[in-house]
Write a protein that binds this ligand. Sequence first.
Ligand code: UDP
Length: 194
Amino acid sequence: KNTVNVLGIEFINKNFNEVIEILKNNIQSNKKSFVVTANPEIAMFAYEHPDYNAIVQLADMVVPDGIGIVMASKILNTPIQERVAGFDLTVRLLELGNEHKWRIYLLGGKEETNKKAVANIASRYPQLQIVGSHHGYFDWKEGIVTEEIQAAKPDIVFVALGYPRQEEWIVENLPRFSKGLFMGVGGSIDVLAG
Ligand code: UDP
């Protein structure tokens, strides 16, 4: 089976490289997609909050970001192949982006964190096109950030607003984009800035 249900969420049941292949194909064929990297905290939060759960259900793919999810799947007798960590996906996508000159946009984090992450990414992945970035403390209703991202036409938008905000922002704004991989990356931006 391609997905395994844990706590009401359909987690993808593929290994890391297979997941990367799917995302790469989506990007290269300009297919818009929304990915949730759900750790046990996120899964529990969705279980307890119907509004957030409804948002997670809209994802094109939910990856099991944590051994806790994999262990739960085993206890339920529907084992997931392996853990797929959001941070590992982010790093691999940056590497692939560097290889294929993808356009990325980095949304979220404090202003300093965002700047540092952009600088580190730019120096580590020189062929990657960082087509824009914005810190994560802005007024969603204004729509200026969304317009800026639309104009930048990124292949990947990394959204680091923490959960549940990052997934809420993605679902609210996704209809305004025609392509791009949208993925909530939570604290990954802090690691990339470090
Ligand atoms: N963040 C943000 N805007 C917000 C709230 C959080 O940009 O309104 C950023 C925060 O600065 C940090 C990242 O989101 O860089 C992850 O935040 P947190 O650790 O709270 O989220 P989690 O890792 O639990 O998803």
